[in-house]
Design a protein around this ligand. Structure first.
Ligand SMILES: Nc1ncnc2c1ncn2[C@@H]1O[C@H](COP(=O)(O)OP(=O)(O)OP(=O)(O)O)[C@@H](O)[C@H]1O
Ligand SMILES: [Mg+2]
Length: 577
């Protein structure tokens, strides 16, 4: 068995914040000639000379993993650690404090004597320094004697500790290659070495894709250069992007748009703020203005959708409109033809007497249904089939529309796509909606609610994958929210966390506590077994297309208009002179 080469003493420059798409998932390591290597390698080896039971840090043969040594597992009595749920390691001197979400590998020996690595996620880290406790710190200030003490690495009392939670166990062969990933069955022993987890260990343990040409490349695992590439199948299980204002939601949506275009997946995007107009052009897609470039047939909506879209419809009028719409819908499904508003009005007039309704019901039902005429985008059907070619990006620019219009458009597009998907008229379409809380508010009936619930529930059977973005998950219909199985959770206000309870997967409390403080462009990615097996922290990659959602630089605009900067009040009157 080859000897463990701790050829990866990790120095600050080896823990980049972002990685390159083309870089392999394997971590770059320092070479033995690296100055940081020799001393630490030596001191670590010196420490390992004693016998330590079956603990792998003993002077037994080691497996080369090519990964970087970053610390040593400790016994932490107050926490009864190491245990199967939580462990702690002392961070080696001069190693960067690992950020929450960093993946590490703790060496262990299985019950049947095989070498393994327990793959664990960092949830927190802290420093122990008795020289800086309140008493010592105060003492130094009140007694003006300059005191100096040795630094971490030389001092015997200063060190840092990280909390880690075991996720999976990788069984290794003699060359350190992963043979098998399984649930954690081995308790690593205090004194075991802790390494940065290697790319292939992480990819296997999380169920990620290792080939960027086959998957959705979203960024790197925070604190590493390991690419996070989602398996392309995740699009059939719906996606959720949440976060507070300006945290990077639309930017992340743009990344997914780029990746899906490259994979050839057609997309239809309801662009609430007109943020994707430029990106759509850059991706070779098309922008549609509702009512100008496209219309939707009344037959795209169900009777309930139509009733919800007509204001002040009540009592018998509801039954009358429902009956008329359902009759037309039945005929249209049979013949394959759409119908328009005039046909619905005629049908109401005809069927009213059949249902023994009086003119006091029929006439107001007609006049209220007439209100649909103001909706310019209800009309002839749009030829989705012609445009939903491989890689197409169809952006429906809804900027400036009323929320009521946004809901009807979303409902009608969703119904149309659902119908076509059911009829296998296209292989698959990703349907995305920004500011989704506006479309199907929680605890409120909305024209789009029913169809969006249906798509969330059975979308994959009708060949539709949802990508929903919101800053306010609290205000989104819960039954839709919980069915979106890949979730990008950007920084969010603590009061929104409650709504996310069901989508946090196995993110620990410590990790969830960090959520409100996630930097822009960083998110916790969670999923289900079929999408991503464990919650991780991702630094989202840079976009290639233009991000249209940036906050305007108003100060430059003022400057361009001749504004000179902040002035004293006394000078302000001069303006008017
Ligand atoms: N992954 C990233 N890499 C680099 N910059 C980013 C990233 N994500 C976000 N940003 C920066 O953060 C800004 C805000 O991002 P974005 O517009 O996506 O926020 P948002 O959450 O959609 O905000 P809003 O709630 O206002 O719609 C962007 O203009 C961009 O400058
Ligand atoms: Mg946005």
């Amino acid at each position: 068995m080859p000897e463990e080469s701790r050829d990866g003493y990790v120095s600050q420059r080896l823990l980049p914040e972002s990685g390159s798409r083309n870089g392999s998932n394997r971590r770059e390591t320092a070479k033995p000639e690296d100055p940081s290597f020799s001393q630490d390698q030596k001191s670590k080896n010196d420490l390992n000379d004693g016998d330590n039971g079956n603990c792998p840090t003993a002077s037994e043969e080691r497996i080369a993993t090519g990964s970087a040594y970053i610390g040593t597992l400790i016994a932490f009595e107050q926490k009864q650690s190491p245990n199967y749920l939580e462990q702690h390691f002392r961070i080696a001197p001069r190693v960067f404090s690992p950020k929450p979400g960093t993946m590490v590998a703790v060496e262990a020996i299985t019950d049947d004597g095989r070498h393994s690595r327990i793959l664990e996620r960092v949830t927190n880290a802290w420093e122990v320094n008795p020289h800086e406790d309140a008493f010592s710190s105060n003492l130094r200030e009140v007694i003006p004697i300059r005191t100096e003490y040795a630094e971490e690495g030389t001092s015997t009392v200063i060190y840092r500790v990280a909390t880690i939670e075991p996720l999976k166990e990788a069984i290794l062969d003699e060359s350190g290659n992963v043979l098998e990933i399984r649930e954690v069955q081995t308790l690593p022993r205090a004194g075991a070495s802790v390494y940065m987890a290697t790319g292939d260990q992480i990819v296997e343990a999380l169920g990620l894709e290792d080939n960027p040409d086959r998957g959705i490349y979203v960024g790197v695992l925070r604190g590493s250069d390991v690419s996070v590439i989602l398996k392309r199948d995740v699009i059939q299980r719906h996606m959720l992007i949440v976060g507070g204002i300006g945290t990077g939601k639309s930017y992340t949506r743009g990344i997914i748009a780029e990746e899906l275009c490259m994979l050839g997946v057609p997309q239809v995007n309801i662009d609430v703020n007109g943020e994707m107009v430029e990106a759509a052009e850059e991706l070779g897609g098309i922008n549609l203005e509702p009512g100008i470039d496209f219309q939707l047939p009344l037959s795209a909506l169900t009777a309930d959708d139509v009733i919800n879209a007509i204001p002040s419809l009540n009592g018998n009028m509801v039954d009358l409109v429902r009956h008329a719409h359902e009759e037309l819908l039945k005929a249209s499904r049979k013949s394959g033809n759409h119908f328009l508003l005039d046909e619905l009005l005629t049908k109401i007039k005809e069927t009213g007497p059949d249902l023994e309704m009086k003119t006091v019901t029929i006439n107001p039902a007609i006049s209220r249904t007439e209100s649909l005429r103001r909706i310019k985008y209800l009309g002839t059907p749009y030829d989705w089939k012609a445009v939903l070619t491989p890689g197409a990006f169809i952006n429906i620019n809804c900027k400036g529309l009323l929320v009521s219009d946004l809901r009807i458009i979303t409902a009608a597009v969703a119904r149309d796509l659902q119908r076509l998907g059911q009829a296998k008229e296209f292989p698959f379409v990703a349907f995305s909606i920004d500011e989704f809380h506006l479309v199907t508010p929680n605890n409120q009936d909305s024209v789009a609610l029913q169809v969006m619930r249906e798509l969330a529930r059975i979308g994959r059977h009708v060949r539709i994958g949802l990508i929903l973005t919101t800053q306010s998950p609290q205000d989104v219909d819960r039954s839709i929210l919980k069915r979106l199985l890949t979730r990008f959770l950007h920084a969010i206000e603590p009061d929104q966390l409650e709504a996310l309870r069901g989508v946090l997967s196995d993110a620990s409390d410590d990790l969830v506590k960090q959520l409100p403080k996630m930097p822009q462009g960083t998110c916790i990615l969670t999923g289900a077994y079929e999408t991503i097996r464990h919650a991780i922290v991702v630094q989202v990659r840079k976009r290639s297309t233009t991000h249209g959602g940036s906050t305007p630089d108003i100060w430059s605009d003022f400057e361009a208009m001749g504004w000179v900067g902040k002035r004293p009040i006394s000078q302000l009157e001069e303006n008017h002179e």
